[in-house]
Ligand binder design. Structure first.
Ligand SMILES: [Zn+2]
Ligand SMILES: [Zn+2]
Ligand SMILES: [Zn+2]
Ligand SMILES: [Zn+2]
Length: 351
């Protein structure tokens, strides 16, 4: 039985119930609930990630009413609820992607190496980067970048090349990389590759001056970019990095990263990284995931982040007694996100 107290102390976002109001206030201080969280289209419950929303809708212990509606007219890729079965059929045709035309470009891409950055692509505001690594060190476990690809948001190749590592390769990992020794013999040295990419990304801005999204420097999309940038011995300002491995809505319920292979299958509906892997396919998958997340429609807020100075300590500035007198809805109203939702990029007039 739910007492009226636990109903009053029910989180307006995730619907958790608390025996005491002070416990709900405590929960709100650390939850960073916001309009940017994935939200169930049926009951309005906020979830930390799409994976926890999938659990809420499909199981193993789904909410019965939401499961029933979802089975009838919910998209199992983007988890949106459509108005009718027919609307769902139409929606699925654009929601489920395939390697399709990416495959064509990919074959064209393989005909030549684009080792000069194409000048006509200079207007790209968002670019995706992916690398393929071969092995170095005595046991071949040290990752060395041997292939790199950079594409724009329309999936055009901007730059693609084999890379000559600065250390000897001890394992070419041919089954997954397709890299043979002769491909790297006269390839571009890693230092030169990094320099070209960094210049292209900064787009005329000095790297140490980049502090906001508003300038000329480009947004960099990828999966596990820390590792890619480390292998390229390159730095890029975090404010311009959009990493599908670290974006909370795409992470596991356990807050660990998902593989790119998994999220591509789950949220775009097709397979990648089967057999020999092309960094172009990884670029396409990450930029598609980024564009999807970026196009989400979320309510406009003037200061969307808990860390925005205007919101600083948005709970701490209130007295505990004042917070305890608020309704769960009022508490949610003053709560802000602890990550920067990618929908905010679409509101930036310069991006
Ligand atoms: Zn909650
Ligand atoms: Zn958002
Ligand atoms: Zn629901
Ligand atoms: Zn969908």
């Amino acid at each position: 039985m739910e007492s009226s107290d636990t109903l009053r102390n029910k989180c307006a976002a995730c619907y958790r119930q608390f025996n005491k109001m002070e416990h709900l206030v405590e929960h709100m201080r650390i939850s960073y609930h916001s309009v940017h969280e994935p939200t169930c289209g049926i009951c309005g419950k906020h979830c930390r990630s799409f994976e926890s929303m999938r659990e809420h809708l499909i199981g193993p212990l789904p909410k019965a009413e939401c499961e029933r509606v979802f089975k009838e007219r919910g998209c199992d890729i983007c988890l949106t609820i459509l108005g009718s079965r027919n609307a769902l059929r139409v929606h699925r045709e654009t929601c489920q992607l395939s390697r399709g035309n990416a495959g064509l470009l990919h074959r064209m891409g393989n005909l030549g190496i684009y080792d000069e950055i194409k000048v006509d692509n200079n207007r790209a505001k968002v670019v995706a980067l992916a690398c393929k690594m071969v092995g170095g060190g005595s046991d071949g476990s040290l990752d060395l970048c041997a292939r790199v690809c950079l594409i724009d948001e329309y999936e055009n190749i901007i730059f693609q090349t084999y890379v000559k590592p600065h250390l000897p390769v001890t394992n070419f990992r041919y089954e997954t990389t397709g890299v043979r020794p002769e491909f790297l013999r006269d390839a571009m040295p890693v230092r030169q590759v990094s320099r070209k990419i960094q210049d292209f990304l900064c787009n005329g801005e000095a790297i140490w001056k980049i502090r906001s999204r508003g300038g000329r420097a480009r947004i960099l999309v990828g999966h596990g970019l820390d590792h890619d940038l480390k292998c390229l011995d390159m730095e890029y300002p975090p404010i311009l990095i959009r990493d599908t491995a670290k974006y909370p809505p795409l992470m596991k319920t356990s807050k660990l990263s998902n593989s790119l292979k998994y999220i591509t299958k789950a949220y775009l509906g097709y397979d990648i990284q089967t057999g020999i892997q092309d960094p172009y396919d990884d670029c396409v998958a990450t930029i598609r995931l980024y564009m999807r997340m970026r196009s989400q429609f979320h309510k406009w807020e003037n200061y969307p982040l808990a860390t925005d100075p205007q919101n600083r300590n948005n709970f701490a500035q209130w007295r505990q007694s004042e917070l305890e007198r608020m309704s769960p809805e009022e508490l949610l109203e003053i709560s802000r996100s602890d990550y920067s939702c990618w929908c905010l990029d679409s509101r930036d007039p310069s991006a």
